[in-house]
Design a protein around this ligand. Sequence first.
Ligand SMILES: O=C[C@H](O)[C@H](O)[C@H](O)COP(=O)(O)O
Length: 261
Amino acid sequence: MAATAMDPVEAAKRAAAEKAVDEFVRDGMVVGIGSGSTIVYAVHRLAARAKLPEGDPLRISTAVFVPTSFQSRQLLAEAGLTVAELATREVLDVAIDGADEVDKSLNCIKGGGGCQLEEKLVASAARKFVVVADHRKQSERLGTCWTKGVPLEIAPSGYRLAMRLLAAKGATATLRMAKSKAGPVVTDGGHFVVDAHFGGIEDVPAMERWLKAVPGVLETGIFCGMASKAFFGQADGSVVEWAADGNATPVAAAEAGSESA
Ligand SMILES: O=C[C@H](O)[C@H](O)[C@H](O)COP(=O)(O)O
């Protein structure tokens, strides 16, 4: 039976994730693992590398992985990879995560999946923060591609106050509602998510500072000045790499789509 072709967007996510894992993860490292659909391919790649024969330079046997969510903890455990907790690790070698939108300075909007607080903690603890995404996430200005708003993780008791303050600042702010449960989305940490859309964000650092100062906002989905590199899988199967200095480089995705590491 002929193999079914992979959906091009999924193939792009996979190419980016595999490239980042192979460029940044070495054996013995402590590695932060983000959440979302793109990170699934990173974990699959890590699992494949754990099965490589001894002596293979890509083999990982002593690396440990710090998850950012229930989802990534489960993925790592199912892949047979060693899970570590951020509470017992002060510094991580690298953290790899997806994003909802990335600008040329590698500022990101994250939290489309409601995991921004743990993701921010893990990324902040890492010496290097690496973003993996498909081409739809490449943006000239945050807030223009991802128009669902900046996800904000909010103390439940403060969500009405926060929404009033956000609206006064000009945002369209909505409490994120669950799809298969009555009521709001509740994060892994037991908080609510408010999505605040301001249109295109001109001054990303100022916006992040302002959002962080809103009472009840525990963390914002703006990751400003944190990433050192971003990999974007393209529709043609290639991977484009953005560096924090604004340089964009097309890189070969020779192994993209391969089953083995
Ligand atoms: O809360 C979710 C995370 O920030 C994800 O990394 C982000 O939403 C990107 O997810 P995906 O890889 O599914 O596009």
